[in-house]
Design a protein around this ligand. Structure first.
Ligand SMILES: CSCCC(=O)C(=O)COP(=O)(O)O
Ligand SMILES: [Mg+2]
Length: 227
């Protein structure tokens, strides 16, 4: 079945896991506490702190307690939407200051450019917030890659291991699910996407197989089904 659109994960797929774990997460851990203290009175941050209170079940948590909860979630790599939103805000400062540059594998850059030129519509689905997605591609080592993408999806569309999230995304894209190819390095995400009807290819950059899915080590080896 030919596809019209490609939906890609970021961490472990277009970009190195080590960039997220060794650069982005430590940057957030170092700067998030002061960022939250400085901006806690502003609506965008205050709203996320309310979401932290709600998701943690600690309705009375003050700003310092919210920071402690956020740092705990960060250490656990919990894909909590308020943490992800605040990380995006903190990383924005790092990218704007030139302290961060987004890592995107050269094979991913080449393939995304080629697929876009061929007429495929490209989308991103990551647990990182949409702001964080635009930053990693917009301030990447390969320059501004955001003109390649037609849309971005994050955990506000649902969790990445749930089929309903992919059904929601297909509806938002406006294509039948089977016309969308999803790329990821996590088998549970590929399983969920397939359950929703999307086509799937796994990325195993260190080699190996993502059980039940066609698996490649590089975007250079992906040949999207064409009409
Ligand atoms: C948008 S870059 C930061 C990635 C991130 O915060 C994360 O949790 C990775 O999630 P993914 O769904 O891309 O594996
Ligand atoms: Mg991933």
């Amino acid at each position: 079945m030919p596809i019209n659109a490609i939906l890609t994960d970021i961490e472990g797929t277009t970009s190195a896991v080590s960039f997220v774990f060794d650069v982005l997460f430590p940057y957030a851990a170092a700067h998030l506490p002061d960022f939250v203290r400085e901006h806690a009175g502003e609506a965008a941050v205050a709203g996320q702190l309310d979401a932290v209170r709600s998701e943690s079940g600690e309705a009375q948590a003050d700003v310092e307690r919210c920071i402690a909860i956020l740092l705990q979630w960060l250490a656990e790599d919990r894909k909590a939407t308020p943490l992800k939103a605040l990380q995006g805000m903190v990383w924005e400062q790092g990218y704007r200051a030139g302290q961060l540059k987004g890592h995107v594998y050269p094979d991913a850059v080449d393939a995304l450019r080629r697929w876009k030129a061929e007429g495929f519509d490209l989308y991103v689905y990551s647990s990182g917030s949409i702001q964080a997605q635009k930053l990693i591609f917009g301030c990447s080592e390969a320059g501004d890659l955001t003109p390649l993408f037609s849309g971005y999806f994050d955990t506000t569309s649902g969790a990445k291991r749930e089929a309903a999230s992919y059904a929601r995304i297909a509806e938002a894209i406006g294509l039948p699910a089977q016309r969308i190819l999803f790329l990821s390095d996590v088998v549970q995400e590929l399983d969920a996407a397939r359950e929703a009807g999307l086509q799937t290819i796994g990325l195993a950059r260190e080699g190996g197989v993502l059980e039940g899915h066609e698996t490649v080590a590089s975007f250079a080896l992906i040949d999207p089904p064409r009409a």
